[in-house]
Design a protein. Sequence first.
Length: 368
Amino acid sequence: MIDVYWHPDCLAHDTGAGLWELPGHWDWLDEPEPHPENAARLRTFQHALRHGPIKDSLRWHQGRHASPAELAAVHTPAYLAELQAACTTGELVAIEENTVVGPGSWDAVRAAAGTAVEATASVLSGQSNTAYALVRPPGHHAQPTQADGYCLVNNVAVAAAHALHAGVERVAILDWDVHHGNGTQEIFYDDPRVLTISVHMRHGRWGKAHPQTGAPDETGTGHNVNIELSLGAGDEAYRRAFTEIAEPVLRQFRPQLLLGASGFDGSTFDPNGRHNLTAAGYRWIGGRVAALAEELTGHGPVLTQEGGYLRGYSALCLHALIEGLLGHTEELLADPLAYLPDDSARNPDRTTADLDLVRSALRPFWQL
């Protein structure tokens, strides 16, 4: 049984329309597009879980708003005040190039972070074995003093800070969103109590709001692990990234809690990524994360929702991931779309080169 935590206020975050992720108007564009991070994607995710084959294996809970102290554990008071002010102007405001807030966003931000905390508390208390915080806006790009990449408050970091405050001595965050979890890296870069592992496509910096590169040599005290994969990486590359790098490091770190930043923009159809994961790949990830958490902590993981922007296929991948968390190795919900060949399986040398760069950077800290 998996406990799913959500909050209706997450749907109140209105990101508007424009040119894909860019707000505004273009004379040559006949009809503006909805911003990719919109309420419909969360409703679609929720519908798939409530109506798919795993529906009877899920228990649903409503979360809560985060307290000011919980938010301030990972963000500066000045940034939080600026964010709240931007959310209460009565209109849509782009606080960063592609990151939009509106009148309902402050409630959504607090609901997303607080619901992630509730999911974490349920596992720490023994009420849940495995918990999934199905929330938006996403969080893993949000840094202590700024928003970035649709992210306003770093939900998984708030959850990790809650666990540390509750007495957990070692927390691990495993992030498989297709983009580098730069905000989480920034928050815990010099904190040896938190191991951050980000498996992502090689994209480098993308402006003032995202100065981190995501390269393997950004190690901090050795507890920040960046596993960069070449564009087009698919199921086999992710299996190798997990089994050859992430899992050995996790076993040496011995976390008492495993948090997952769960993104589906690494899928073969996602418009915001250039990777090639299928629903089967996400099912495998779910199974490995569940097994690792049980092995290392004695209970399941806590997962928070990150990206995934082709909402129909992302919902299918979410369902598959939870199939894996539940121990299913064969599909319960068929994948009618995936057809592209897995280039990382056909060209293993490229993945080997990617992982060798990671091994080289981590050799002073971990046995790999």
